[in-house]
Every structure is written in structure tokens, then in C-alpha cells.
Design a protein around this ligand. Structure first.
Ligand code: SAH
Length: 342
């Protein structure tokens, strides 16, 4: 067990068993969420307690294996080594509305999308809550840049690691921790319907993003195997339920792939399907992934697609690509093996 994955009441229980007063929980929690690497940094704890905690609950911190900075836009990509030797990537993007960190939620991914580097090699394991927290914390510490927003859009499918992700959200939102507002957090999913319903029931103020990438089952089946389990009609029904439960407008991500999903008729089909569902579309010209033969749509095709959506009453923006020169854009993050693949 890792103390950094625990809430304050849970920490209080552990400390109580060690004969400690209740106020210690807040002290320990605050230190852990500052990113201390050793209990000796917790200067307001008695020495005996620090030693006991160190013996039973080692503090983990990820190691920077590689740090790359984009020359174009200042985006920074970290490759972290976790305590078991697995590696994941985190990206820090500098927007004028605040520094945003894009975190991984799993080592690898089992969703198998045809255009995405994160799924190559499948799922190795899910990240623990503290490992996601550490991505945010140590990105902030290493870069010296205060982080105010988080997107769960790195490696992995967040809803396939539901309980750990929910706990991470609670931790990172905590006023005694990083205190990042739920409204500044976006979670993206490829469309795991039962989990979307579970998320809706929690009525969080986070933004939900759905990776749509196709207007119908025929196209979606080709590029997103998850669609065979959760077809588009059912997915959009789940989105309607989500909106009814939370009143939060849903964001749809749409990677534009040349000759696959970028025709006029595809945009028109989206308009028909989205009727009555408040939505925002994020069009992402496909980013290059070496192993994939798929190509990005032309600028003209993207512009035309955007216009059809907008004329039909759906707001649509074309996502600015950040960190392209360091493979830090959507779909380019991958689990690396420290030994073989650096
Ligand atoms: N598994 C979640 C979280 C990943 S978010 C999900 O699927 O939503 C990363 C986003 O980038 C997703 O919308 C994903 O579909 C998209 N993406 C993946 N590969 C891409 C590529 N090569 N070009 C553009 N976007 C891509």
C-alpha cells in the first residue's frame, strides 16, 4: 500500500493505529502532496514517527528518464520510470489560460485503436492513484511551472482504470493537496458505456471527452475495435444520459483521417446523429504514428468538415498541434522500454 494513494480519513486510520493524534493526517497528507521524497522532510513530525513510516511505507517518486522540450511551442514531454521499472509519458502544454498537464492512466492500453501509438504492445498494467498524482506533482516540481489544468488524455483508457482514476481525481482536487478544480480537469474515453454511466452517477464537474473518430459503425469498427462492443448509437445514448445527469456539454474528439472519415457525407451524418445533444467537436488532423499507414486529412478537407458542422449548429474547432517535433501530440505517446527502446 502507498500512503500517497490514501485520502485524509484513511491516513488518519493508519496513524491512529500507530497511536497518533488525528491532526497528523493533515500534516502527512500535505507533505506527500508537496512531493517530498523522504519522511525526513516532514519536519513537523516526531522523529520516531518518521522512522516508523519510512520503515513501513516507503515514499515513491518517479524518475525522469528523458525530458524533451519542443523548440516550437515550449511543450515539455517527460518519460518517467515508475517504481517497478515500467515507463509512461506525461506532457506539459503551455496555454495562455494556464499550464496544462496531459497524464497517462495506464502502462500501455488494451483498446487497440488503429491510429494510436499508445496501444501498440497492449496493456501492461493500470496506474495506481498515487502514480497519476505523481505525474502532475513531479511535472510541476521539475518544470517549475505551476499547473492549473489536467487532461486525462495520455497513454491508457481512463475508464478502463475506473476506481484508481476516481480516487486520483479526489486526491488531486483536495484543498490540502494540489487543489485542482474539477472544472479544470478533462477525461477522455474511447466509449466504455457502462463506465460512462457510472461516471454520470457521480455528477462530477469535470469535462467529458469522447473519442468518436467516425460517424457510423462501419467506419468506427474499422479504426476502433471498442465500437464492436459499444456501437455508436448506444454510445450517443449514453452521452445523452450523461448530459441529462450532469448538464455538462460533451466534447467529441475526431481525428481526421484521409479517405477514412473525412468526407462531406460523414460530417452530415454526424449532424443527424447529434441532434439535441449539446456538443463541441475537436477536429484533430491525424498525427503521424510510424507503425500506421493512415494519413491526415488535407487542410481543405478539415476546413470543409468544420464548416459543415458549424453551419449545422455544432461548434467545432481544429485542435492546434503542440509538441509535434517531440512526438508529444495526441496519439503519439507510447510506453517505452528503458533498455531496448530509448
Ligand atoms: N483512451 C482515451 C484517452 C486517450 S486521449 C481515449 O481514447 O479517449 C488521446 C486522444 O488522441 C484520443 O481522442 C485518441 O483517439 C486521439 N488519438 C490517438 N491517436 C491519434 C493520432 N494518431 N492522431 C490524432 N489523434 C489521435
Amino acid at each position: 500500500m502507498n500512503l500517497k494513494s490514501l485520502t485524509q480519513p484513511e491516513l488518519a486510520n493508519i496513524l491512529k493505529e500507530l497511536g497518533q493524534p488525528a491532526f497528523r493526517a493533515k500534516q502527512v497528507f500535505t507533505w506527500l502532496h508537496k512531493g517530498v521524497r523522504s519522511y525526513d522532510e516532514m519536519t513537523n513530525l516526531p522523529k520516531g514517527l518518521r522512522d516508523t513510516l519510512a520503515e513501513h511505507y516507503p515514499i515513491h517518486a518517479p524518475k525522469v528518464v528523458r525530458k524533451q522540450e519542443s523548440k516550437k511551442d515550449g511543450t515539455i514531454k517527460y518519460l518517467w520510470e515508475l517504481s517497478d521499472g515500467n515507463c509512461v509519458e506525461t506532457v506539459l502544454m503551455r496555454y495562455n489560460y494556464g499550464n496544462t498537464v496531459c497524464i497517462s492512466t495506464e502502462v500501455g492500453c488494451r483498446m487497440g485503436c488503429a491510429f494510436c501509438a499508445s496501444t501498440i504492445g497492449g496493456l501492461v498494467r493500470r496506474l495506481e492513484p498515487y502514480e497519476m498524482l505523481d505525474e502532475v506533482l513531479f511535472t510541476q516540481i521539475d518544470s517549475g511551472l505551476p499547473i492549473s489544468r489536467i487532461v486525462l488524455m495520455g497513454i491508457g483508457e481512463p475508464l478502463d482504470n475506473f476506481d484508481n482514476v476516481m480516487r486520483f481525481l479526489e486526491l488531486v482536487n483536495s484543498p490540502d493537496g494540489m487543489n485542482i478544480s474539477m472544472r479544470h480537469i478533462s477525461l477522455s474515453t474511447c466509449g466504455l458505456i457502462p463506465k460512462i454511466d457510472e461516471l454520470a452517477a457521480k455528477k462530477l464537474q469535470i469535462s467529458l471527452a469522447i473519442s468518436l473518430h467516425g460517424p457510423n459503425n462501419e467506419i468506427r469498427n474499422k479504426v476502433m475495435p471498442v465500437n464492436k462492443a459499444y456501437p455508436i448509437e448506444d454510445l450517443l445514448e449514453a452521452c445523452r444520459r450523461y448530459y441529462a445527469a450532469t448538464s455538462r456539454r460533451i466534447h467529441f474528439e475526431y481525428a481526421m483521417i484521409d479517405g477514412v472519415n473525412d468526407r462531406e457525407q460523414d460530417a452530415k451524418e454526424i449532424l443527424r446523429r447529434m441532434k439535441g445533444l449539446p456538443a463541441h467537436f475537436n477536429l484533430i488532423p491525424l498525427n503521424h504514428v510510424e507503425e500506421s499507414p493512415l494519413k491526415p486529412s488535407s487542410k481543405a478537407a478539415v476546413a470543409k468538415f468544420q464548416k459543415i458542422l458549424e453551419d449545422g449548429g455544432i461548434t467545432a474547432t481544429v485542435r492546434r498541434t503542440l509538441g509535434g517535433d517531440i512526438d508529444a501530440s495526441c496519439g503519439q505517446l507510447r510506453r517505452k522500454h528503458i533498455k531496448s527502446n530509448l
